[in-house]
Design a protein around this ligand. Structure first.
Ligand code: C2E
Ligand code: CA
Ligand code: CA
Ligand code: CA
Length: 280
């Protein structure tokens, strides 16, 4: 039994080392790729559920190494976060997205929402960088929402404090703050009242699998009501079917995002899509 245990431990160590080596290689390629300009920002419409019109877009980064298929952010964002490289990548995404979105905002009033990682929010320069991205692009602060996950703000300590200072400073300039993947964390509800936030994005795991799934619908209803009571805007993620959209509309959810409306697409396609849905 002892020998078997030792073998297992060894196997585990090897597996871990292989994984670490792979992570290191990925990271090395990632670092070179930021320099080489191998990233692109795609945009997914967020629609008003009243009339299915796009009112905002979420910026979603794509890694596009030449001659290879694009690599999903789920595969490289964690490594970029661990290494701190996300600070550089995130700033690049924010600047690129503001630069792309300014034309959409001027023409159609479309607003922009950008994901911000916890590592970016402990960077003492974050507020300065975000305001510079806005100023350099000409996008008004009121047209930008930053998406953060609930974990960042609810942990006590200097990091959460720094994050709060950034968000409060940016909000006083007119930038809005959204809680991403709402409902997947462990935090208490009191923070919704106390924290500097404007929008709740209901995680896609709350979308019912079908019309008989009344428990999921009850949860979505509870979140929408809670948000409304607190004066927050709700956005449902993962709207994949017309049934989802109907349900959300019935529950009073204001906005939806998902494959039912549109997938994330390159900037040029998004311009065409907005021009297409523009009837005047
Ligand atoms: P997220 O912020 O929750 O973004 C939504 C994800 O759901 C996107 O995946 C989007 O393509 C996908 N999605 C949209 N509609 C649907 C739908 O109807 N059904 C399903 N099943 N999925 C849908 P994506 O683009 O692969 O991004 C994955 C995650 O990577 C994002 O999740 C976000 O956490 C992270 N991420 C992406 N871009 C950035 C970035 O610029 N900075 C940071 N820090 N994180 C990013
Ligand atoms: Ca997001
Ligand atoms: Ca999300
Ligand atoms: Ca997510």
């Amino acid at each position: 039994a002892k020998a078997a245990g030792k073998d297992q431990a060894t196997l585990y160590d090897v597996a871990l080392r292989v994984e670490q080596a792979e992570r290191m290689r990925l990271l090395e390629r990632l670092r070179e790729s930021v320099d080489a300009g191998e990233f692109a920002v795609h945009y997914q419409p967020i629609v008003s559920l009243d009339d299915d019109r796009p009112v905002a877009v979420e910026a979603l980064v794509r890694w596009t190494p030449p001659g290879r298929p694009p690599i999903s952010p789920d595969r490289f964002i964690p490594a970029a976060e661990d290494s701190g490289l996300i600070v550089v990548l995130g700033e690049w995404v924010l600047r690129q997205a503001c630069a792309d979105a300014v034309a959409w905002h001027r023409r159609w009033g479309t607003t922009l929402t950008v994901n911000v990682s916890p590592r970016q929010l402990v960077d003492p320069q974050f507020t300065t960088k975000a305001l510079a991205a806005l100023r350099d692009s000409g996008l008004p602060p009121q047209a930008l929402t930053l998406e953060i996950t609930e974990g960042v703000l609810v942990k006590a300590g200097p990091e959460a404090h720094q994050a709060l200072l950034h968000l409060s400073a940016l909000r006083s300039e007119g930038v809005r703050v959204a809680i991403d993947d709402f409902g997947t964390g462990y935090s208490s509800l009191a923070y919704l009242r106390d924290l500097p936030i404007d929008v709740l994005k209901i995680d896609r795991s709350f979308m019912p699998s079908d019309n008989t799934d009344t428990q999921q619908a009850a949860l979505v209803r509870a979140i929408v009501d809670l948000a409304a009571g607190l004066g927050l805007t709700t956005v449902a993620e993962g709207v994949e079917t017309a049934d989802h959209a109907d349900l959300l509309r019935d529950l009073g959810c204001e906005r939806g995002q998902g494959y039912h409306f549109a997938r994330p697409i390159p900037a040029a396609h998004l311009t065409a899509l907005l021009a297409d849905t523009d009837t005047d």
